[in-house]
Write a new protein. Structure first.
Ligand SMILES: [Fe+2]
Length: 187
């Protein structure tokens, strides 16, 4: 069954808005970009927006089981019988695979699939060009921000370099597509 963006929004709001207002501000900004992009994306448009709403629910204190938010979020959504693609996109968002290696949860994440599509690239793009408070950031600035926020010893920082080529490639492909549909200046 598809997950309507409005339903995904409500789920995310319930899980994040009160407990993690800064994270919620980030999610709202990511979803807003996804909505704009989704209008040009055709049949995956609603899926992209719905996924953007729930991509960070794994940060919710109620859901944190493993402590690795892409996996916690994907497992939660899987338990709700969310569409498989949404579950998989959340599991692998923004180079989660590289982070999983640092975090030691590769086997658990391998239960999910990285679909490696334009929709997946665009989800990563929306996330990786939005700061933790919802501000607009250039990709390279966002990476620098992550490095600074987590510090050199954190697994997210260590994974940053491991996943950097993949992240850059996803952003490059996204920018090319956004330019081709006239959205490059809007998101
Ligand atoms: Fe995010």
């Amino acid at each position: 069954m598809p997950l309507a963006p409005s339903v995904a929004e409500e789920q995310a709001r319930r899980l994040l808005a009160e407990d993690l207002p800064r994270r919620w501000a980030h999610v709202m900004a990511v979803a807003q970009k996804a909505q704009i992009i989704g209008r040009e994306l055709g049949e995956d448009g609603a899926l992209l927006e719905a996924t953007a709403w729930v991509h960070d629910v794994g940060y919710a204190p109620d859901l944190a089981v493993v402590g690795f938010h892409p996996l916690d979020g994907a497992r939660y959504l899987d338990g709700l019988d969310a569409p498989r693609r949404i579950v998989d996109l959340v599991a692998f968002h923004s180079s989660a695979w590289a982070e999983a290696q640092e975090f030691g949860v590769v086997d658990e994440l391998a239960r999910f699939q990285d679909e490696r599509t334009l929709t997946r690239d665009l989800l990563w793009y929306c996330d990786m060009t939005t700061g933790p408070d919802g501000s607009d950031l250039e990709f390279e600035d966002r990476m620098a921000e992550v490095r600074e926020r987590y510090g050199p010893e954190h697994y997210v920082t260590r994974a940053l370099d491991a996943g950097m080529d993949e992240r850059r490639a996803a952003v490059r492909r996204s920018r090319e597509w956004l330019t081709s549909v006239g959205l490059a200046d809007q998101v």
